[in-house]
Design a protein around this ligand. Structure first.
Ligand code: CTP
Length: 407
């Protein structure tokens, strides 16, 4: 049996990037031989094993053939006769289809090294089309390696376009799609992920609500960049520059969906877009079975981001309602994330990226003032049940009035 390092580990070593996961391919072995060497089988789908000591993944060399829609529609063939070249040709990108032996001798039949140098994300063969998830993967790699100058090869983009138009993307499970989306959003240039998906027509299929924002104008006085899609990409870029967590990045991507629903005759104004967008945000969340914290923050940011921007003008009673909606008393972190998303929204405007956002500290101060109300003295005064709730609210309102006067 011959063992080779494959995929991302080879690619990233050649790029001079730290390697985290190592995948191995085993040529000339059977399942029985692997088990006899103490490897532990994993995954019902493919002959993949975990190394008894390192825990790294070792896959028997295999060929794959599509036999139906979706990820389940695969037949694979693994046997000691499958060659390394045969295994590599079924892979997604040439830069992911290189192998290395323990002497660091490179096997590179599909010119991955040439494409690394040319900074090109290029599919290996027509077998690319056998897994539609690869459309998302390529967009994710484009986001990850954008800073190094990588772009998608025109022929690969064309293949991605055909896959997007074929209806194959609809067969992806929410879990597989979300895994790619969430990883892509955590890259340094997540906006490139959305741009590439848009360029190949996949955005229209996966998130038509985001796609619809391109070409929708906003008032130039507030939004020098004008286009809502361009604004959304800048907000996402700001979120990455400021190292925001996934929840905030997801909320940034979806915050303005309501603007895609504005009738053209109302452009460039978007009256009540915050509220109108909620059903779209909910639909996208459900489509990808997004984790609960991402869902919640996206909905709250969608509904209240304009409140955030107008924080200093809000009446104490409106401020209180905002704080209550966020349950800042029990969920302080979520309110912090809301503030962050609002700030990214404000910075995601052309020429205004460096402008300070005093609303952030103001909102934090308001939350602290409302939170400072102690319940015990009210209990001692004899308040109970709904009356106690009302008394707490009255006290919080008083505190917010005092806060507003003092700032
Ligand atoms: N692969 C593929 N098609 C997929 C998933 C994976 O061809 N849909 C192949 C690629 O050769 C890839 C390898 O399997 O390099 C390992 O996949 P994975 O660990 O998902 O990706 P990496 O390339 O290692 O990238 P990352 O750094 O994102 O983990």
């Amino acid at each position: 049996m011959r063992i080779y390092k494959v995929g991302g580990a080879v690619r990233d070593r050649l790029l001079g990037i730290p390697v985290t996961d190592i995948d191995w391919v085993v040529v000339g072995a059977t399942t029985e031989e692997m088990l006899a060497k103490g490897f532990r089988p994993v995954g019902a789908d493919f002959p993949v094993f975990l190394h008894p000591k390192s825990g790294e993944e070792y896959a028997l060399a295999r060929t794959e053939r599509k036999s139906g829609r979706g990820y389940g529609g695969f037949t694979f063939h693994a046997s000691p006769e499958v060659t390394l070249e045969e295994d590599l040709i079924r892979r997604d990108l040439t830069i992911n289809a290189m192998a290395e032996d323990d002497q660091q001798n490179l096997t590179d039949p599909y010119h991955g090294q040439r494409d690394l140098e040319a900074r090109l994300l290029r599919h290996v063969s027509p077998a690319f089309a056998e897994d539609p998830l690869r459309v998302l993967r390529v967009a994710r790699f484009a986001a990850r390696y954008a800073a190094l100058g990588f772009t998608v090869a025109p022929q690969t983009l064309e293949l991605m376009r055909q896959l997007s138009e074929s209806g194959e993307l609809e067969a992806l499970t929410p879990e597989r799609s979300w895994k790619e989306i969430s990883r892509a959003l955590m890259e340094d240039q997540p906006q490139v992920f959305i741009e590439v998906l848009r360029a190949c027509g996949a955005l229209k299929v996966l998130m038509p609500e985001v796609d619809a924002l391109f070409g929708v104008p906003q008032p130039p006085a507030h939004h020098p960049e004008i286009d809502t899609g361009a604004h959304t990409l800048s907000v996402l870029q700001q979120a990455a520059l400021h190292k925001q967590p996934l929840t905030v990045r997801w909320a940034c991507l979806l915050h303005d969906l309501g603007k895609g629903l504005t009738p053209e005759e109302e452009w460039p104004r978007h009256i009540a877009h915050e509220f109108k967008g909620l059903k779209l945000i909910k639909a996208v969340n459900e489509r990808f079975k997004t984790p609960r914290d991402c869902q919640e923050l996206a909905m709250l940011v969608g509904e209240y981001h304009t409140h955030g921007h107008r924080a200093l003008e809000l009446k104490p009673s409106t401020l209180l309602e905002l704080l209550q909606s966020f349950d800042v008393y029990r969920r302080p972190q979520r309110f912090e994330e809301f503030i962050a998303a609002c700030e990214m929204d404000a910075r995601g405007r052309e020429g205004l990226e460096q402008r300070s956002y005093p609303q952030a500290d103001y909102l934090r101060g308001a939350a602290t003032a409302a939170r400072s109300i102690a319940v015990q003295p009210l209990l001692e005064k004899g308040f109970k049940g709904p009356e106690l709730g009302e008394a707490i609210k009255r006290e919080r309102l008083k505190a917010l009035k005092a806060y507003k006067e003092q700032v």
